[in-house]
Design a protein around this ligand. Structure first.
Ligand code: UDP
Ligand code: MG
Length: 336
């Protein structure tokens, strides 16, 4: 059997030199390939992968034209992976390669998805841990109850799970949501998440929040419906207040309180209306982007990788011409 390991890489020059030897030691038992998906790195990552793949045919490269994001990089890796089982793991060694044999064992027991669950998160700030916990709560409440808590993108998929995931071609993607939606047989494997081996996180707070919102909005329309609920509650409150004002004006001597309450109510109501409009706008924008049907990623070079014969939909694969074929064409032209 062949195991494919997909590693999305964005400026990870410092971690790659530690990751590559650790990966090959952990993969002694099986035939393997590692597909590094370079997501538009601007440091030496690409050179390091190129050199490693020149020395070892197991090490493969897909290189994007620019930064398309972590989820797009995973998608590309899954599109090209040839293994019977496929593992997605980060380049920073927070997902330990030493867990791979155990994951393979569970795959051989017949699981389609093996999901390592983070029982501890070493070296992560309190804010990151809390926001992560809140995120899983919100997701379970709003989007998909099947989403496994504390499970990231570090996972093993069987061949048929990969084929199923490939059939999702949506632009705003949250891979974990897609896996949960499929509902395949899943094994949970507890592990202790390590600290980043080197370098800094590529997910600063703002990017994390955007990612969390994409996760919710791509899995659920509940936030739109919530605004209906908020509208109903506020309208009811408005009518109750109106009844009170009429009562005070007609049956008591109390003067109707002044403009302050009106201004406050006006602000609250306008705020809620704008918020609801913004929400609708966000979903419309996502629908618009989806309707354009643009490619999910653009690959400009590959090494040791063959493009699947069945082709890949909604992706641009712009390969450099093979120097050998250019040479051959020149020779043929000269001979003519
Ligand atoms: N990554 C990527 N594209 C991006 C951001 C991150 O391919 O735009 C990769 C990164 O190189 C790493 C993985 O995604 O291999 C996870 O990123 P990181 O470790 O920075 O995230 P964190 O673990 O801090 O959430
Ligand atoms: Mg990390």
């Amino acid at each position: 059997m062949v195991l494919s390991v997909i590693v999305p890489v964005f400026n990870e020059a410092e971690t790659l030199s530690i990751l590559i030897p650790r990966l090959s030691t952990s993969l002694k038992q099986v035939d393997w390939e590692v597909i590094f998906v370079d997501d538009g790195s601007t440091d030496a990552s690409l050179d390091i992968i190129r050199k490693a793949s020149a020395l070892d045919r197991h090490i493969k490269l897909l290189s994007f034209s620019r930064n398309f994001g972590h989820q797009a990089a995973i998608t590309a890796g899954l599109d090209f992976a040839e293994g019977d089982a496929v593992v997605v793991m980060d380049a920073d060694l927070q997902d330990p390669p030493e867990l791979l044999p155990k994951m393979l064992e569970l795959y051989q027991e017949g699981y389609d998805v093996v999901s390592p669950r983070r029982v501890s998160r070493e070296g992560e700030t309190l804010v990151k841990r809390w926001t992560a916990k809140l995120f899983y709560r919100c997701m379970a409440l709003m989007a998909d109850k099947r989403l496994a808590a504390e499970v990231g993108d570090f996972r093993l998929f069987s061949r048929r799970a990969v084929l199923a995931i490939r059939s999702f071609r949506e632009q705003h993607r949250f891979m974990r949501g897609l896996v949960a939606w499929l509902g395949l047989k899943e094994a949970i494997l507890p592990f202790e998440r390590q600290t980043r081996a080197a370098g800094e996180t590529k997910y600063p707070m703002l990017k994390m929040l955007q990612f969390a919102w994409t996760a919710i909005a791509s899995s659920s329309a509940l936030p739109l419906r919530l605004s209906i609920g908020a509208g109903v509650i506020l309208s009811c409150a408005g009518f109750v207040y109106l009844a009170r004002v009429v009562y005070l004006a007609l049956w008591t001597n109390v003067l109707v309180p002044g403009w302050a309450s009106v201004v406050v109510l006006q602000c609250i109501f306008s705020g809620v209306i704008l918020l609801a409009l913004g929400l609708i706008g966000d979903y419309v924008a996502r629908t618009y982007e989806e309707a354009k049907g643009r490619p999910l990623y653009v690959v400009t070079s590959v090494l040791n990788v063959s493009v699947p014969e069945s082709g890949i939909t909604r992706a641009s694969i712009l390969l450099e011409p093979d120097p050998r074929s250019i040479q051959l064409r020149k020779v043929l032209r000269a001979a003519r």
